[in-house]
Design a protein around this ligand. Sequence first.
Ligand SMILES: [Zn+2]
Length: 227
Amino acid sequence: MTIPQIVERAEALGIDRFIITDHYENVSDSGLRRFFIPDPEEHLAQLRAYGLPTGLEFGWDTETPIRYPVEAYDFVLLSFHNLKRSGFRGAIDYDAYLEDVWNGVNLFRHFTVLAHLDLPRRYVEGNPPFSQQHYPHFERIFKKLIEDGKGIELNCSTIRQYGQPNPARDLLELYFNCGGKVITLGSDAHKIDDIGKDLLKGRAILEEIGFRYLTVFEDGEYTFRPL
Ligand SMILES: [Zn+2]
């Protein structure tokens, strides 16, 4: 997908505020090198040339030294896909994953929202949910985010995969009940047809839970826009 194609599609769908977040994976695992932005300056310049906020999905393993200029971006989705301790694909240890996320958000500060928080669910057969036993882990992460003025993403792509967003509805409720307000909606589109997909379903879930605002980036700053 090219930037003009994305812009055209988003406009056709009536999405007037959006941020393109190409994925840079900051890990030592060379198998993930395909998620690599070779020239950050060029990447930033391209987005600016279209008058778009500069966005990035920044994946990290909590260990690999960070040399990418993450702080140059307006909006950073922090994600954890590749964690040695919790494993990836097949058998994923949810507790170890959450421990890794906790370490990650304490070690790294240049992000806006945490991406697809219960991501491992996507990769385990049958997509088993995180349970109430994991709530203390989530609460600790949510309180840290809120304290730091950061938030989470409601990622809609798993609505099409297994009927629940990332994170699932009960976890969004937990975030809300912790006092979480900063929230963004993402379609995680990797092809034109998926741009904006299920955003309205995601918005409806937020409204049902009690959220009143979405966080959007406007005129160089974050602002809350009524849902
Ligand atoms: Zn991701």
